[in-house]
Design a protein around this ligand. Structure first.
Ligand SMILES: [Zn+2]
Length: 502
């Protein structure tokens, strides 16, 4: 028996998953019957009754995972690029380029782009001739780790108007220009890369993402779904400059975008109110050490509170749920003030530094803390320096959970990889690469991290949507290292397999 009209627009088969253990459920294995895109029965010894049967041999079944903050186009671009951060010489970088071109040739007409090289420490000099010797006539553009240099072969130099350049190593503005040029790829090529990124996410158990690309993505995603990209649910966010368009179309947060078989919905209204920790532009109550007396000592405040209130009021009255980017404690206080004045709920994206008094305000106002735990691992040393004396309330996940705040986890890919297991492991352990946990009192229990990655679903229940992940290990009992690399054997979206390695 098949069911027409399930999410994805394909006929989601009636499926029986035999012998699964429910994450967060009882110890005994059960069978799970899926039909019409939903879980319709959970019991042992269910009759197949025409269903397609998969014997899962006691593997674990959990609600499918969400990444609540991604930039999908940028992630698709970055994951195609060659990582050169480990190259210790120009010759070694060139060898990596040659290997990559042999193992994964580039599409005709496009370039191989690499990133992350650090030539300051190399014993030999980068040269166009060295790249030519491994790349032939394929254009190669390598971007340095600080983005201020690019190293090109002759084909790329010709393409970017520097045919006569002696070395192929460009610095500053010419480098920025080439970098920007290779980030513009034709729609059909980018769509194919996004399709790969979607499949890779599904292979990690992901069933949906909140896409916060800065250009309005509703039509792009509709085109991609029509073109066969059906591995994820997409909530496509709207920024201030896209607000009029979305309001004119009458789309509210959660509304299905026509022609997407239910896979693409209008996402939140995203608005950015401060900068970031690494650039010391996150807006804080206290000055950054070393910047005292500087007009920018406390970071960047983008809106006066009444302006922010105006934006939230406009969006929420049109049915769009605000997602406010706020990193510093002052920015978070302002965002909460704005939510309180407007009287709407929504999320604060990042919420990295919080005044203790503001933590309970999230709970009281029903504001979701949308956090990226892996940033804490990337930025712990930066935070120890720039937020010295304040890090006890930085990335304060357990304080939020204890106060009853709804947490949702994300990656902010490409900043961190689009892999919710990485986010969960960082939230649960606050450690990586064997380092001492950073503020271990802010670790959350695995069940809280999982619920924050599933839209609040802590276990698979009858009548829930059949967005599911099958794992080899119990995520609630896995070690930090196991959680980070969780083996995923299958993913179902509305009862349809989007990944199967059974
Ligand atoms: Zn972001």
């Amino acid at each position: 028996m098949t069911v027409v009209g399930a999410p994805g627009g394909e006929e989601a088969r009636r499926t029986l998953l035999r012998d699964v253990r429910l994450v967060g459920g009882g110890p005994a294995p059960v069978d799970a019957l899926l039909d019409g895109g939903r879980v319709v029965a959970l019991a042992s010894g269910l009759a197949p009754d025409g269903a397609e049967v998969h014997d899962l041999d006691g593997r674990w079944l959990a609600p499918g995972l969400w990444d609540s903050h991604v930039h999908m186009d940028q992630w698709a671009l970055v994951r195609r690029r060659l990582d050169l951060s480990g190259a210790r010489s120009a010759a070694e970088a060139a060898t990596l380029v040659g290997e990559r071109l042999r193992s994964r040739p580039v599409e005709a007409g496009s370039s191989l782009v690499g990133y992350g090289f650090q030539d300051a420490l190399w014993p030999d000099a980068p040269s166009r001739a060295l790249l030519d010797s491994v790349a032939g006539d394929v254009p190669v553009v390598l971007v340095s780790n600080d983005l201020h240099s690019v190293w090109l072969d002759s084909a790329a130099l010709a393409r970017h108007g520097h045919a006569d350049h002696p070395t192929g190593l460009l610095r500053e503005q010419p480098a920025f220009d080439v970098s920007a040029a290779v980030s513009v790829v034709p729609d059909d090529l980018l769509d194919s890369w996004v399709d790969e990124a979607v499949d890779a996410a599904a292979a990690r158990g992901v069933v949906g993402v909140v896409d916060l690309e800065m250009t309005l993505g509703l039509d792009r995603w509709a085109r991609r779904v029509a073109g066969g990209t059906r591995g994820l649910r997409i909530r496509a966010g709207v920024y201030p400059r896209g607000l009029d368009t979305v309001v004119a179309r009458g789309l509210r947060t959660g509304d299905v975008v026509p022609g997407t078989d239910g896979l693409v919905t209008t996402g939140p209204f995203k608005i950015i109110t401060d900068g970031s920790l690494g650039t010391r532009t996150a807006w804080c109550h206290d000055p950054y050490p070393g910047l005292e007396g500087d007009p920018a000592a406390r970071g960047l405040r983008i809106y006066e509170t009444d302006e922010l209130v105006g934006w939230l009021r406009r969006a929420s009255s049109a049915g769009l749920v605000p997602a406010v980017h706020a990193i510093g404690d002052a920015a978070n206080a302002q965002a909460l003030d704005a939510f309180e004045q407007v009287g709407c709920a929504g999320s604060i994206e990042h919420a990295q530094l919080l005044d203790a008094r503001d933590v309970e305000r999230f709970a009281r106002l029903g504001v979701v803390a949308s956090v990226q735990p892996e940033h804490a691992m990337d930025d712990r040393d930066v935070a120890d320096r720039y937020w010295a004396g304040r890090t006890g309330r930085a990335f304060a996940f357990e304080s939020l959970v204890a106060a009853g705040v709804r947490l949702q986890l994300g990656s902010d890919a490409p900043v961190a990889p689009l892999d919710p297991w990485v986010a969960m492991a960082a939230a649960v352990s606050r450690s990586r690469d064997g380092r001492e946990p950073w503020h271990p009192e802010q670790r959350v229990v695995a069940s809280a991290a999982l619920a924050a990655s599933t839209g609040g679903r802590s276990t698979v229940e009858v009548d829930s949507v059949a967005d599911l992940v099958v794992t080899e290990l119990d995520p609630l009992a896995a070690s930090d290292v196991e959680l980070r690399g969780m083996p995923v054997s299958g993913t179902l979206l509305g009862g349809r397999w989007t990944h199967a390695d059974l």
